[in-house]
Each structure stands twice: as structure tokens, then as C-alpha cells.
Write a protein that binds this ligand. Structure first.
Ligand code: APR
Ligand code: ZN
Ligand code: ZN
Length: 365
């Protein structure tokens, strides 16, 4: 079967005929139908997230269960699934306290690029090929841990369902689960990409009265209005902090979100948050980077600076819920898909992502 493989950092992905071992005990084989191209995949290509290579990237995807290994109870062949890149263990401290997004076992998998047992199901010429976040969705088929295959309703097109597995959960979850934005709040988001657009629609869903979208691509800023943005700021032309202060009577916003992954814009998000407000970092910076915030402001302005990983999601519960919200007309998914690619065109999708062209580019298998 075909898969897109990253052999060396900084290079294009290569479409290869990769071998796939059948699912072992507690594993599920999925025939991929759609996979979104997310900035976190690009973070690996750029070596911002250093992982072992060769690797099959991709962590936002949906497909159909094709075969299950021994003991699998939660899905069966034919089920539609969204893949889950935080397959929590259910037994560690964080799982026990109801924070599966912080699962210690899933965090280990992030760094390993393997299945929980340390091996991979992909191989090339007899040598292992790693799988991003234990899934690796840029392949015609993949084998994943049972916890990574979340059964969903069968009436949502795969290219829309795929988005729920990263950008929608991450953006909407940051607003409703991490920040818990209340009706009437003021909100700003720096970075209107796949994740940022979902912060915007999460804020609209929460009844925010003012939603300020900040980006450097005018076409994307114009589209944010469709998702509920009330104001836009072009960070390439205006000073973000003064523009936000101007729009908020000099106070700043109740909730600011950073959805890019750069320390400078993370500090900016903190600086546009009002006294006692909350800054949520959603973008992922390289592990060796730090954010500079004014030390005196920490006590004197009493802001909350926090982060959100996969929107604090609990996939088995939240993915079906997000898809129900879509079916009820309360979440928009169609306009998030800017471009459909074939697997062979995947590098075009990465180029568009680098250029900030798409909200989401999605591969259809
Ligand atoms: N100021 C404002 N916007 C910017 C700036 C800047 N200095 N630099 C880039 N942007 C915008 C881009 O134009 C783009 O629209 O940030 C957006 C980033 O969006 P995507 O590239 O689509 O990234 P996305 O997939 O949404 O991920 C965002 O969240 O999950 C993490 O790893 C992910 O760190 C990444 C972040
Ligand atoms: Zn992602
Ligand atoms: Zn756990």
C-alpha cells in the first residue's frame, strides 16, 4: 500500500510502497478515507518536533475499520472512525483524575513514534518506518491502538469528520473546555489557520460578544467573519497590541488564544489579555523555546496564562459530540476545507500550508 514517508528533516515526503503488518492484540487496521494536513506535521518536517525517521506523518484522519486484532471490543470492521492522536491509557494518574489529554502513556508515544509496545507496523525493505503519534494517517491503511480509533456516526463525509481529530477539537476545545468562555466575553485569536478558525467558531458557539481574528493573510481574515469574527487585524500591517487595546477601550480581551506556535505571538497573546483575563497557548513551539512575559505584570495584573493540548479533549466522548454539533448546524466544517489533494499531491498541500494559503488542505484517498 502507498504511504507518504519523511526520510530526512527538511525534505519533501516520498510516496512509497510501504508494508503494513496485520493488527496485533488490541490493535485496529483502518482503511484511510481522508487526512488533514496540520501545522504539527510541518513542525516534524522542520525538525521543530524532533522524531525518529523514516516516519509516516499525519494525525488528523478518518476512515473505516478494516480488521481488528484479538480482544478489540470498542470497534468492528465497517465502523467509521476518527483517529485519536492522544490514545490515553485510562489508568495513569492523569487519566484517573479525568484529564486524558495529559495521559503519561500517550505523552511517551508522542516522542516514540511507535505503537505502545515500542514497535511499528509500517516497514520498508524490512526496516521499521515510524508512525506519527502512533497513527500515521498519510497512508492508505494504518494500524493503530484500539484507543486511537474512535467510532463515529456514519453520515458525515470523511473529509469533514477527519478535521474533528485535530483542528476542530483543538480550537473549539481550547475555548469551551480550557478557557470556558462565557456568553458576552471578548475574545482574540492570533493565527487564523485550521486551529484558529475553530477557536473563532468555538467562541461564537460560547456566545462571545466580540471576536477579534488576527493573521497576516487578508483572504483568510476576510473569511473569519463567516465563522463569527467581529473584527480583524492584519498583523503584517498593524501593531497587534495597540490595535486590540483600541478595540477594547484600552483594556484588552477577556480571553486571548495563540494558535501559531511562536514565542513572540504567545507573548503578544498575553499582552492583549486584560487584567484578570486568561491567555491560552494552543500553538506548539519547539521544545527548547521560552516565552518572555513581564514579571511584574504576573502579580500586578493577575492574569491566567495557560495552555491547551488537543483542546483538553476526551476523544471517545468529544468527537461524537462535535459531529452531533455539526449535524445540528451549530459547527461549520465544509468551509474549513480549502483544498482536496490526492496522496500523490501531498507535497503541494505542504507548500500551501507553508504559504498560509489553506484553512485546511485535506487528502482524499
Ligand atoms: N501573526 C499573525 N498570524 C500569523 C503570523 C503572525 N506573525 N505568522 C503566521 N500567522 C498565521 C498564518 O498565516 C496561518 O494562517 O498563523 C496561521 C497558522 O495556521 P496553520 O499554519 O494552518 O496552522 P494550524 O494547523 O492551525 O496549527 C496552529 O496549533 O496545533 C498547533 O502545531 C500546531 O503550532 C501549530 C498551531
Ligand atoms: Zn494537528
Ligand atoms: Zn493515562
Amino acid at each position: 500500500m502507498k504511504a507518504a514517508v519523511l526520510h530526512h528533516y527538511g525534505e519533501q515526503l516520498r510516496i512509497e510502497h510501504v508494508e503494513l503488518e496485520p493488527p496485533r492484540k488490541g490493535e485496529v487496521r483502518v482503511k484511510m478515507k481522508a487526512a488533514g494536513i496540520c501545522h504539527s506535521d510541518l513542525h516534524v518536517v522542520n525538525a521543530h518536533l524532533p522524531l525518529p525517521v523514516p516516519i509516516v506523518l499525519g494525525h488528523e484522519g478518518a476512515g473505516v475499520v478494516d480488521a481488528v486484532g484479538e480482544g478489540v471490543m470498542s470497534v468492528k470492521a465497517g465502523d467509521h472512525v476518527v483517529l485519536n492522536w492522544v490514545p490515553s491509557c485510562g489508568t495513569c494518574y492523569y487519566c484517573q483524575i479525568g484529564r486524558p489529554d495529559m495521559c503519561d502513556e500517550a505523552a511517551k508515544l508522542t516522542a516514540m513514534g511507535t505503537m505502545p509496545d515500542g514497535t511499528t507496523r509500517f516497514s520498508l525493505g524490512g526496516k521499521p518506518v515510524y508512525q506519527f503519534l502512533s497513527i500515521g494517517t498519510f497512508s492508505e491503511y494504518t494500524v493503530v491502538p484500539e484507543r486511537a480509533a474512535i467510532p463515529i456516526r456514519a453520515d458525515v463525509p470523511f473529509e469533514l469528520a477527519a478535521l474533528v481529530g485535530c483542528s476542530v477539537m483543538t480550537g473549539v476545545g481550547a475555548v469551551i473546555k480550557t478557557a470556558k468562555v462565557e456568553p458576552g466575553s471578548t475574545v482574540a485569536v492570533i493565527g487564523a489557520g485550521g486551529v484558529g478558525f475553530n477557536v473563532i467558531q468555538g467562541a461564537a458557539l460560547s456566545g462571545a460578544k466580540q471576536i477579534i481574528a488576527i493573521d497576516i493573510v487578508p483572504e483568510k481574515l476576510a473569511m473569519t467573519k463567516k465563522f463569527g469574527a467581529t473584527h480583524t487585524i492584519n498583523a503584517g500591517e498593524e501593531d497587534v497590541v495597540s490595535a486590540v487595546l483600541d478595540l477594547t477601550d484600552g483594556h484588552g480581551v477577556d480571553y486571548a488564544f495563540e494558535a501559531i506556535g511562536r514565542p513572540e505571538t504567545m507573548a503578544e497573546a498575553y499582552n492583549i489579555t486584560r487584567k484578570t483575563g486568561t491567555t491560552v497557548i494552543v500553538g506548539i513551539a519547539a521544545p527548547n523555546e521560552n516565552v518572555a512575559v513581564n514579571a511584574f505584570s504576573l502579580p500586578s495584573q493577575s492574569k491566567t496564562l495557560t495552555g491547551s493540548w488537543l483542546g483538553q479533549g476526551n476523544p471517545p466522548v468529544d468527537y461524537p459530540k462535535l459531529l452531533d454539533l455539526y449535524a445540528a448546524g451549530k459547527l461549520q466544517l465544509e468551509p474549513l476545507v480549502s483544498q482536496i489533494y490526492s496522496l500523490d499531491q501531498i507535497n503541494e498541500g505542504f507548500e500551501a500550508l507553508k504559504a498560509g494559503k489553506n484553512i485546511r488542505g485535506v487528502i482524499r484517498f
